[in-house]
Design a protein. Sequence first.
Length: 347
Amino acid sequence: MTIRDRVKNLTPYSSEREKTEIRLDKNESPFSLPKQLKRRIMTQLKDLPFNRYPSSSSEGLREKLADFHSLNKENVVAGSGSDQLIAYAVKLFSGDRVVITPPTFSMYRFYSNLAGFDVLEVPLTEDFDLRPQQIKDAIRDSAALFLCSPNNPTGNAFERKTIVDLLETGKPLILDEAYVDFSGKSEIDLIKEYDNLIVLRTFSKAFGVAGARIGYAVASETTVEHLLKVKPPYNLNSLSETIAEVLLDNHEIIQDRVEFIKEERNRIYERFEKYSYPTEANFLLMDLDAHEFLLEKGIGVRKFPGRLADKIRVTVGTKKENDRLIESLEEFIESRTSSRLSGQQGR
Ligand SMILES: *Cc1c(COP(=O)(O)O)cnc(C)c1O
């Protein structure tokens, strides 16, 4: 069988996790859904017509999402995770390459490559901030720009005025707001003014249902119209759609958990201020090369290659899990005090 080169040269996404007791490696919510919410979901699922296809474009969920954001249904597209919407969004753009700002989420490159685009990198600064002028130069001859704010894996959010400045270029901008519930700084309202903005949102993080695979995109009515053309029908199954609808009807139940995670995040940050980068997400990037050390303690965290090779990304867990993490990291720091003085500067 002859396989096209584009595919031959791809590496499959793999992040099979080590079997650790404490999983702080995927930025998931540490909690499953509250019992009362599970019960409400089960009740709804019981009445689902399993023999029937769902709405081909998740009409019911789009309506609820529109209400949630005070927008119109025509501004929203739903998908099996926001990942899927990245894949659809790249189908809209014309040109040869897209621009990304590493270190950032790996899926922008993956889906862009898959769609036949080259990827041009404009790395973030030392402090993981954007380089607006370089980005503007880069997107002049590119099809689109991907930004993630708060950015995964660095945790910082970008300034609204910089995002507006980049939107002013008129180039398509995909703004991934997967972690926005932890920062409270959404730019979704800008879709009313900028027809070149596509905002991505997910139920996998703050809403705590990564397993159900639900995400959505918010954009101008024209852009959504095009997204609906490239999207295959029935891309979100009726079970997940039902779960999302129940969560939206009861979103205040999730809010306490977001507050808890923010408090715990700040607790960890303050404890390791010298090693932690400022974060507005549910995770922290730390200047501690403790991946192996933590594994031995039964704690899984994320490690990255390249520029972040000597760092770890730690997801905020339950109180108990965070206590274990703090204890282990303190032990790690103590065990390498001598090497720290000669090596990497903390921050
Ligand atoms: C976790 C994450 C997502 C969510 O992906 P889903 O497919 O919705 O689970 C999207 N973008 C970023 C940057 C993420 O970290």
